[in-house]
Design a binder for this molecule. Structure first.
Ligand SMILES: [Zn+2]
Length: 311
């Protein structure tokens, strides 16, 4: 039934039909997980609209730190961001949401338990509509102090179901995070990392070999290297892609040139995700439609990719 509706939605260019079908969003950063208007309204219209094209991760950070983060002052604001992102996902009938909450968000609360309770409360409030799986996130420039004072208590809280690392790809020191990844694994967290977004296959290979991740956020840089592609496929590592994000940030020249088709043909498991809805303004349903319109996949293949996220 859902498959039928999904296929019709694509063929008829009917977003409303696609929105009724279960989907997953596995690559989502909660601070930017809602539409621009939702956050802008919350901050009284003071948010500057993100540009249509952004200059890589540097441009992304510029917007985040100069325009968005300045409006976040306390735990209530973080609570709002989490709930707004969950509600936004429900709006697109996302039934599994793995969204990262940065460990630095803990600094907005007097007591770490306030954040953990808040996440739990939101999870429970919407549990009939969505399986919200909080993900623990950290930027690559996190200090050693904070790895111990913020990341570890978050891992120990039992609230988070996966771990992700993001930020400047020029910081390629995955070894610094190895023991933390091992610790998270011991505690039952699924392991993810941002790699191969702008950088090449070596970045992806390093991430796989050093951090022993289950999934990679982006990973498109692997496309140039057969060893990396085979390793991803043979280890069953899922690539959680974000097409509009890659285009807007300039990682690919146009949608047609996205390596997603080659990754799929290689037998690699891929999913379609929003990354940062506030910046890229494309829901998961809209991303599926985009791929269909660019004739990168037929409707049956896209349905198979949709189901990859729901496993
Ligand atoms: Zn991301």
């Amino acid at each position: 039934m859902e498959e039928q509706l999904f296929i019709e939605g694509l063929k008829e260019n009917n977003l409303e039909k696609l929105k009724k079908v279960s989907k997953a969003d596995i690559h989502n950063h909660i601070g930017l997980g809602m539409r621009f208007d939702t956050f802008n309204q919350y901050v009284g219209g003071k948010l500057k609209k993100p540009p249509r094209k952004i200059n890589g991760l540097k441009g992304l950070d510029e917007y985040i730190f100069n325009e968005s983060v300045i409006h976040i002052k306390n735990g209530k604001d973080i609570d709002f961001l989490i709930e707004a992102s969950v509600k936004e996902a429900i709006e697109d009938h996302i039934t599994i949401l793995e969204a990262s909450i940065d460990c630095h968000d803990l600094l907005y609360y007097k007591n770490p338990n306030e954040l953990f309770q808040s996440i739990k409360k939101i999870q429970n409030k919407y549990k009939d509509q969505i399986d919200f799986r909080p993900e623990l996130g950290m930027p690559k420039n996190i200090t050693d102090d904070r790895l111990d004072s913020l990341l570890i208590p978050c891992i120990d809280s039992g609230i988070y179901q996966s771990l992700d690392l993001y930020g400047d790809e020029d910081i390629n020191d995955f070894n610094r995070f190895k023991t933390y990844y091992q610790y998270a694994r011991q505690k039952g967290l699924k392991l993810k990392v941002h790699a191969g977004e702008f950088h090449d296959a070596k970045n992806v290979l390093d991430a796989i070999k050093i951090l022993e991740v289950d999934e990679i956020q982006h990973g498109i840089g692997a496309i140039t290297d057969d060893e990396a592609l085979n390793l991803i496929r043979d280890k069953g590592i899922r690539l959680n892609l974000a097409i509009s994000s890659n285009f807007i940030l300039g990682a690919i020249p146009n949608i047609k040139k996205h390596p997603i088709r080659t990754l799929y043909d290689k037998g690699i498991k891929i999913t379609i995700n929003t990354d940062d809805l506030l910046l890229f303004d494309q829901s998961v349903s809209e991303e599926f439609l985009l791929l269909y319109r660019h004739q990168l996949f037929d409707e049956y293949e896209l349905n198979e990719i949709r189901l990859n996220g729901l496993l």
